[in-house]
Design a protein around this ligand. Sequence first.
Ligand SMILES: [Zn+2]
Length: 100
Amino acid sequence: MSSCVACGAEIQGKGMKHHVSYFPERMVQVDKRCHRLIHQTDDFPELRPTAYDSLKFYGPLSGMEKTIKVEVETWKTLAQIKLDKGLDSFDAVIAWLLKK
Ligand SMILES: [Zn+2]
């Protein structure tokens, strides 16, 4: 019987292997409940793989990369508006957008 690295409780049943990092690959044993918490909340920040690691591991079609692409496109758009309108800050861009 092993215990959960996150909460310290003894793991009932199979438990799960959780990747703390992918490069280098480092795995720990956690229970299902904590595995979900690690990925969906900030309760165990030290057990979360970095976004960079996940991106490299899961490859270009992951939801992570799509999210990043959307963010980047948003920033590009804001930067373009800033340039086009001759605004001097992103605060000014947001003010301009809100005025429309
Ligand atoms: Zn646990």
